[in-house]
Design a binder for this molecule. Structure first.
Ligand code: ZN
Ligand code: ZN
Ligand code: ZN
Length: 184
């Protein structure tokens, strides 16, 4: 098992300061529904990027934080608005799309095509197909993984000689909370 014990340092006024003491650990719960603290998952993402020699720049990190804090699929323009509030520095759509491309390439974020929106992957530390249950009423997305489903897709793909690249499965419907609240 890989261990993540990276110290996070941020340059401030020329001085190196430890800003986070969180020790990100890979999740070993196979039944996990991605209920992790945003800060912990962002720290894990940072350590994964570090290990791969990929640059999790300030903007990329901020976008990942916003996606984790949002709790539902978030569109690029919503992200731009949220970034403005956070940093008061305007960021253009191409910059945000480039940052999202990076985050997707690193397996840290998935795009929900049906919503044209983005969600953070709960477990970027382990390769998997992201399976999202998206509530049409409140907009929340819950991510699950299922090896049986992954095997099935791989088998079907092999049968027709298809080589899958992006494997994100989206299931739309109504979440348990909305059903309990009386939504259809
Ligand atoms: Zn987990
Ligand atoms: Zn995922
Ligand atoms: Zn709901």
């Amino acid at each position: 098992m890989q261990r993540y014990n990276v110290a996070y340092l941020e340059r401030k006024k020329g001085k190196a300061m430890a800003v986070m003491s969180i020790q990100p650990r890979p999740c070993t719960d196979p039944k996990c529904r991605g209920q992790h603290a945003p800060a912990e998952r962002v720290a894990l993402a940072a350590s994964l990027c570090d290990a791969r020699g990929a640059q999790l720049t300030k903007l990329r990190r901020q976008i990942l934080e916003l996606l984790w804090e949002s709790g539902r699929p978030t569109g690029a323009y919503e992200l731009i608005e949220a970034l403005k509030l956070r940093d008061s520095r305007p960021v253009g759509p191409p910059t945000v799309y480039r940052a999202l491309e990076f985050l997707m390439l690193q397996g840290l974020v998935s795009k929900i095509e049906s919503r044209n929106a983005y969600v953070p992957c709960a477990h970027p530390e382990r390769g998997h197909d992201c399976l999202f249950f998206i509530c049409r009423t409140c907009g929340t997305a819950v991510e699950l993984e299922d090896r049986r489903l992954e095997r099935l897709i791989a088998e079907h793909a092999a049968l027709i000689g298809f080589r899958p690249t992006r494997r994100v499965i989206e299931v739309e419907g109504t979440c348990a909370r909305c059903i309990a609240a009386g939504a259809a």
